[in-house]
Design a protein around this ligand. Structure first.
Ligand SMILES: NC(=O)c1ccc[n+]([C@@H]2O[C@H](COP(=O)([O-])OP(=O)(O)OC[C@H]3O[C@@H](n4cnc5c(N)ncnc54)[C@H](OP(=O)(O)O)[C@@H]3O)[C@@H](O)[C@H]2O)c1
Length: 247
């Protein structure tokens, strides 16, 4: 057994720890998006594979027997490539997928299917908007330049893609009290979030609830059907005993 762990998330770090503790032969793969990715207790490679074909070639060359897709739910490109490459190479694929967040009492969510729909859901009148969506899709909000945007980024950006924006450089996990103080300090009136699920980034939702703020919640992109483990323990069980996770 030789495992390729597609990472870039807090869960992937926990999986790397479990794989290393079990003494399994595994490689951790980062896309290379952040300047100083967290060190992992596994051999690590950084950078794209060159599409599904490049990934299939990597699986063959590295004699990978299992791909574990622990990428972010919004990293749909690599998940599609992983499904195609694993199928083409006859390699087992298991995704570790955190359940999506669902609204609870007190939440004021506006659920939208895409970044573009989130932009459209913003009001026309000037407001202070917390864009808690990482860095990749910020440019889409430039069509609503009347807002002041609060950004939270893992690495600083030299030039912010929005005319009236402040960037806070910070890496999760975050706390409700910290996120509440951040939103109050910047007079935030509305939060835009991706429905990532999990605990590391949920603080902004409870902070918004406590402050009575609306949240524009962007739904997850579609990924191909695949075996899914809901948590690290189920993944380890499936790897050890080939447990049937369905598709
Ligand atoms: N999207 C988010 O909101 C988000 C949030 C937190 C963390 N992340 C992490 O950031 C990374 C990039 O996310 P994304 O949304 O840009 O991905 P994406 O759009 O699905 O992937 C774009 C390309 O990046 C490369 N790539 C992505 N993940 C990789 C990995 N773990 N190892 C090697 N190459 C990878 C692949 O390049 P090739 O085609 O050349 O192989 C892929 O085609 C992922 O590892 C993800 O877990 C994403």
């Amino acid at each position: 057994m030789r495992i390729l762990l597609l990472g870039g998330t807090a869960e992937a770090g926990a999986i790397a720890t479990a794989l290393a503790a079990a003494g399994l032969d595994a490689v951790y793969s980062y896309a290379g998006r952040t300047a100083s990715p967290k060190a992992q207790p596994l051999p690590t490679r950084i950078g794209g594979f060159g599409g599904a074909d490049g990934l299939a070639a990597y699986l063959r060359t590295e004699r990978i027997t299992h791909v574990v897709d622990a990428t972010h739910p919004f990293a749909a490109g690599i998940s599609r490539n992983a499904a195609a490459a694993a199928a083409a190479s006859g390699v087992d694929l298991i995704a570790v997928e955190r359940p999506a967040w669902t609204p609870v009492a007190g939440d004021r969510w506006i659920e939208v299917p895409s970044i573009e729909a989130a932009v459209a859901a913003l009001p026309e009148a000037r407001a202070s908007v917390f864009l808690a969506i990482g860095r990749q899709s910020l440019g889409a909000f430039a069509v609503k330049p009347q807002h002041s945007y609060l950004l939270r980024l893992v690495d600083p950006m030299e030039i912010l893609p929005l005319p009236d924006a402040i960037a806070v450089v910070d890496r999760g996990p975050f706390t409700e009290s910290g996120d509440r103080a951040l939103m109050e300090r910047h007079g935030v009136a509305l939060v835009v979030a991706k429905n990532a699920g999990g605990v590391a980034a949920a603080a902004k939702l409870s902070a918004a609830r406590a402050l009575g703020l609306p949240v524009v919640m962007i739904g997850r992109p579609a990924v191909p059907p695949r075996k899914v483990a809901p948590d690290v323990a189920s993944l380890m069980e499936a790897l050890r005993h080939g447990a049937d996770l369905g598709v």
